[in-house]
Design a protein around this ligand. Structure first.
Ligand code: ATP
Ligand code: MG
Length: 756
């Protein structure tokens, strides 16, 4: 048990005290995940069967890494652990028990696009205004209810929801919820929230099932406990109710999913629910340099709502935290790329030692561009994944439908693609018929002759024959052979092959790649169940953090939300600006601000040896050029840990006009409350094509303006200075604007930008 020597005293105590309820709420990098990992290894060495251990992680990737680590201690037995995300573990259980809930075990897992499509059709059929009943908003309400264990019936009878919906002008949400639930059920489909909700139903309504899993899961472990929601908590509480061998680890300061229903209350309830609870504190951080740990502490102490912790490290001070100030978002990206290039050379590092974190996915574009220009390989976690591409979703829809012909969303996707002369009107007819006859569209198609006449009958019969042939393949052949026959037989492969455009070729290759993935799945000696169904389930439950290809040396780009639990030697946090981070869209209360601050805390604590923060003075957002102020979070970091870099370009004068008192040029505390004001926004360019490339412009200082210079004005666009007028009073310039003609401007107010 060598690994016990690689643990400090409280960590070891947590590992060897295997029985009874335990909670470890401790700071970032203090070894929580390490403790869980070794605790499982320890249990197995003590003779506990891997089948009897349930370990719940935030991503499949985290589960995989844990499993590998455990395998290196106890051997291949580790493969039999029940380890994975809540969704993947309970989807597996629901497959065994589906019939109890009236589902078939081949149920489909609807992704958020499928859910949205169902909601959209209901809104349309109910003749509601989709500007008021925004599908995403409606879905969020439904999701919130389900994650709080409220069914459509409960929702309809809940006065709080009712009042809120009425107040927001959407009194029909309860009806939509009901219809949505019925449609999913009819389609033998569960959405992500259903996987948890239905597991709850299963464990609450069927004592024999509950008993079975209580016996099975003798030990329950949860990582990232701070981000569990009510539904998840309720499942684990049920499962651990008899033996009470439950160990949860987390950090309240890293709770960042409140907007998705995660409930910090779970941490507080835990103590009440388990009076015999053993609480272990881990305070030593092993991940980061002293400067990084203390900088993180100095930030999080601004939050009022937090459990007291003392996080320290015996690591070296390390380097100061660099703060990069850039004139524009593209310059910010360039400076980050240059810094990575230099750091990699100077410190003999690999690309994979670097991560660039940002608040929103859209920030990745300019960063990607700079990395590409400098030939630095990178991978993006999150964003549009392979499995979200149209051609992949089409193919997956075929497979879904063949396995579960009640899956109406899949049917809608494939019935007329590739084209089979079964247009939208015909599809509508089928759907209406199905609803009248209270059956599935597939049954209508199978009996087409009974309901339709003419050419449509023939088309539907051909379609039905094709699908039935696929069904036989899936039944009798291995997953790869069956999937290949679907790709060919459906005409999908041909359709993409015939498209000789560059995009078409990529799509064709993607489809081949999907078939390769099925092949790899079939050939994988670790997989017990090689059915196409299981393959599809794995595909539906891929979490955003799982999408990376790990085999190549590359810089990682991702949102801060995705970075939870991970660590990198060098971390860059880009876009440290007011309204972007903290996000303007999320800020409605102190609680929201505190959640944004926890997000910043998560970001800082991913770094091991070097952290760099950057911000730009202007950036494109939502198609507009916006002037930005440095984030208030920058001023919350204790300045003794910071190294604020001199701007590489001339200092900008327009910031002087606004506020000079802050440490970051244009930032000052008194000014920070103002959101984007018009003064700060270039909104007045008449046409989109007028927006010039800002990389070429630098904010001007009136003293340096000369005749003949090309300049940019926020309202009038591009122009050339024809004369400088210095007649005692304010200095003025005559400018000949490309679209607006000649104007005379007072330079102190005009805030011209100079073209380099
Ligand atoms: N006792 C120890 N000795 C040496 N290294 C350790 C020790 N404990 C943890 N570490 C290392 O410190 C780093 C952080 O550990 P780990 O990821 O388990 O922390 P965590 O508390 O789960 O962090 P987070 O809150 O970010 O999820 C890892 O690289 C881990 O291997
Ligand atoms: Mg962890």
């Amino acid at each position: 048990m060598d690994y016990l020597n690689s643990l400090n005293e409280p960590q070891r105590e947590a590992v060897v005290n295997a029985e009874g309820p335990m909670m470890i709420i401790a700071g970032a990098g203090s070894g929580k995940t390490r403790v869980l990992t070794y605790k499982i290894a320890y249990l197995m060495e003590k003779g506990v069967e891997p089948f009897n251990i349930l370990a719940l992680t935030f991503t499949n990737k985290a589960a995989r890494e844990m499993r590998e680590r455990i395998e290196s201690v106890v051997g291949t037995e580790a493969r039999n652990l029940w380890m994975g995300t809540f969704h993947s573990i309970f989807a597996r259980i629901l497959r065994y028990e589906a019939d109890k809930l009236g589902y078939q075990s081949n149920f489909t897992i609807y992704d958020s696009d499928d859910s949205k499509s169902v909601i959209k059709s209901i809104i349309k059929e109910y003749k509601l205004d989709d500007k008021i009943y925004k599908p995403n908003g409606v879905l969020a309400r439904i999701s919130n209810a389900k994650n709080n264990l409220i069914s459509w019936r409960g929702y309809a009878n809940n006065s709080e929801y009712k009042l809120e919906d009425e107040a927001s002008g959407r009194p029909k949400i309860a009806d939509i919820f009901k219809e949505y639930a019925l449609r999913c059920f009819k389609a033998n489909a569960m959405d992500f929230d259903d996987l948890l909700y239905n597991t709850n139903v299963l464990l609450h309504k069927f004592p024999d099932v509950l008993n079975k899993y209580q016996q099975k899961f003798q030990y329950v472990m949860i990582d990232e406990f701070q981000d569990t929601n009510v539904s998840q908590y309720s499942i684990t509480k049920k499962l651990a109710a008899v033996r009470q061998n439950i160990c949860v680890v987390g950090d309240d300061a890293q709770s960042i999913y409140a907007f998705r229903g995660a409930n910090i209350q779970n941490i507080l309830n835990f103590e009440k629910d388990y009076p015999d609870l053993k609480v272990i504190k881990l305070e030593q951080n092993y991940r980061s340099s002293q400067n990084i740990v203390e900088a993180a502490n100095s930030v999080i102490k601004h939050n009022q709502a937090q459990l007291k912790k003392n996080v320290w490290t015996s690591n070296d001070d390390g380097r100061l935290i660099d703060v990069i100030r850039a004139t524009s978002d593209s310059e910010e990206a360039k400076l980050i790329a240059t810094s990575i290039f230099e750091e990699r050379m100077n410190n003999n590092l690999n690309c994979e030692d670097f991560a660039i974190l940002y608040r929103t996915n859209s920030q990745s574009r300019s960063i990607e561009e700079s990395l590409r220009k400098m030939n630095i390989p990178y991978r993006i976690i999150g964003g549009l994944s392979f499995y979200q591409r149209k051609e992949i979703k089409d193919m997956v829809a075929y497979l879904r439908f063949v396995i579960n012909p009640a899956d109406t969303e899949a049917l809608k996707r494939i019935i007329n693609y590739p084209k089979r002369a079964i247009g939208p009107t015909s599809v509508d007819k089928i759907l209406v018929k199905a609803s009248q006859e209270n059956t599935t569209p597939w049954q209508i198609i199978l009996n087409a002759r009974r309901y339709f006449t003419g050419r449509l009958t023939t088309q539907l019969e051909n379609f039905a024959n094709m699908v039935q042939a696929f069904m036989l393949d899936v039944k009798n052949k291995d997953a790869f052979t069956a999937a290949t026959s679907v790709a060919k037989g459906s005409g999908l492969l041909r359709e993409l092959y015939d498209d000789k455009t560059v995009e078409g070729r990529v799509r064709y290759e993607n489809l081949q790649e999907l078939l390769n993935a099925v092949k790899a799945f079939v050939d994988d000696p670790e997989k017990e169940d090689k059915s196409l169904e299981t393959f599809l389930q794995e595909v539906s439950l891929i979490t955003s953090q799982d999408q990376s290809k790990e085999d190549s040396d590359a810089v990682t780009l991702m949102t801060i939300h995705m970075s939870k639990g991970l660590e990198y030697k060098h971390v860059y946090i880009a876009g440290m600006e007011e309204n972007l981070f903290p996000s303007q869209m999320m800020l409605e209360s102190r609680a929201d601000l505190e959640e944004e601050r926890r997000l910043f805390y998560v970001a800082i604590t991913r770094a091991m040896s070097k952290l760099t923060l950057s911000y730009a003075l202007q950036r494109y957002r939502f198609g507009k050029l916006i002037m930005c102020e440095p984030s208030r979070f920058l001023s919350e970091v204790d300045s003794k840990f910071l190294n604020v870099q001199k701007p590489v370009r001339r200092p900008s004068s327009f910031s002087e006009g606004q506020a000079t008192s802050g440490r970051f040029g244009s930032f000052s505390k008194t000014e920070s409350k103002s959101p984007t004001t018009n003064r700060n926004t270039f909104t007045s360019f008449s046409k989109k094509k007028d927006i010039p490339n800002l990389e070429n412009f630098t904010p001007s200082n009136p003293a340096e303006l000369r005749q003949g210079q090309n300049v940019l004005h926020k309202k009038f666009g591009k122009g050339t200075i024809t004369a400088i007028l210095e007649d005692g009073s304010d200095k003025r310039a005559k400018v000949n604007f490309d679209s607006e003609g000649e104007k005379t401007l007072i330079l102190a107010f005009a805030k011209l930008m100079i073209m380099d």
